[in-house]
Design a protein around this ligand. Structure first.
Ligand SMILES: NC(=O)c1ccc[n+]([C@@H]2O[C@H](COP(=O)([O-])OP(=O)(O)OC[C@H]3O[C@@H](n4cnc5c(N)ncnc54)[C@H](OP(=O)(O)O)[C@@H]3O)[C@@H](O)[C@H]2O)c1
Length: 304
């Protein structure tokens, strides 16, 4: 009798947990990218350019935004064979007026926005005491503020459509506090927190948020001097195409978050979250002069 009651309680608990897990699990989306309007920031080079290709190959209508009109036009010429509809908008996204005009021009041309990809970002590395404060402000403005503001500008349209996808390209540095990159890390933790909070705020609205955490990727952010040291430290360097494909797969699957970079990156995020003292120990040992110099090498637009 007592055994029967015990089994019934265990069964009820297991069933309850199963249904709770199913209820909380990310929903598989029904997203089909053909003809969707996808606005991509930082689309002139690197990961943004690879994303433009990957969305275009799926038949999406793409809007390419970044500062360099010439590089954006080159991307447009390259992707036009895949998609008939490409809109190029040269804009500095640290500027409020230009941000507003990116959204206005997209809506004027297409009347809707299905996917917003917040990808544009600046690199800044080195000891905090040595960082240029003007650049530091720009890093916060582009990596974090522009992501939040552009999302805010696009949301009314997506809410009215009862459907929309926000893809935020943060970084593994959005979950792991790597030394010698404090301003960049701060913005990426900001984007991760923003994405998590917004996803909860938008629950049930039809607008979804996918956070992408790329690891080291072969773009101007990783010039050869930095790449050499990273490889000595055992880090894999992904190609921008790999990042774009995995990011889109996560978006289509309705995933909340995707950590790229393989087992080392997954382990890093796990240790940072659950065994932080091990991470402190790691950096006590491995924040060598070589690491400090490698992080201080200019990257991204500073290197172009
Ligand atoms: N590469 C990596 O190892 C790595 C790892 C993790 C995360 N990420 C993140 O991935 C994203 C893309 O990085 P990436 O490696 O592809 O860098 P990237 O090659 O330097 O590309 C950055 C893009 O942002 C654009 N951009 C820069 N300043 C801008 C501004 N003020 N307004 C509008 N667009 C601007 C650039 O174009 P213009 O110069 O023409 O404006 C370029 O298209 C960034 O958010 C970065 O933090 C990169």
């Amino acid at each position: 009798m007592r055994l029967g009651r015990g089994l019934a309680v265990v069964g009820a608990l297991a069933g309850g947990l199963y249904w709770l897990a199913r209820y909380l699990r990310p929903q598989h989306s029904t997203l089909i990218l053909q003809d969707k309007v996808v606005l991509i920031t930082g689309a002139s080079t690197g990961i943004g350019r690879a994303l433009a290709f990957a969305f275009a190959r799926r038949g999406a209508r793409v809007v390419l935004a970044a500062r360099s009109a010439a590089r954006l036009e080159a991307v447009r010429r390259e992707i036009e064979p895949y998609t008939g509809d490409v809109l190029v908008i040269p804009a500095d996204l640290t500027d409020e007026e230009q941000l507003q005009s990116v959204v206005a021009r997209t809506l004027e041309r297409f009347g809707r926005i299905d996917v917003l990809v917040n990808n544009a970002g600046y690199w800044q590395g080195g000891r905090l005491v040595d960082l240029d404060p003007v650049r530091m402000e720009q890093v916060v403005r582009l990596n974090l503020w522009a992501t939040m503001r552009l999302t805010q500008l696009v949301l009314p349209t997506m809410l009215a459509q009862h459907s929309g996808y926000i893809m935020n390209i943060a970084s593994g540095f959005g979950r792991v506090a790597v030394p010698m990159v404090s301003s960049y890390v701060a913005t990426k933790f900001g984007v991760a927190g923003f994405s998590d909070a917004l996803r909860r705020e938008l629950g049930g609205s039809g607008v979804r948020v996918t956070l992408v955490l790329p690891a080291w990727t072969n773009t101007d952010i990783v010039p050869p001097e930095r790449a050499e040291v990273l490889q000595r430290y055992g880090f894999h360097i992904d190609s921008p195409d790999e990042v774009a494909e995995r990011a889109i797969a996560a978006l289509v699957a309705g995933r909340h978050e995707v950590i790229l970079g393989g087992p080392i990156a997954l382990l890093g995020v796990f240790v940072e979250r659950y065994v932080p003292f091990l991470m402190r120990l790691y950096w006590r040992i491995f924040m060598t002069q070589e690491w400090q110099d490698a992080m201080s090498v200019p990257g991204g637009d500073e290197a172009r």
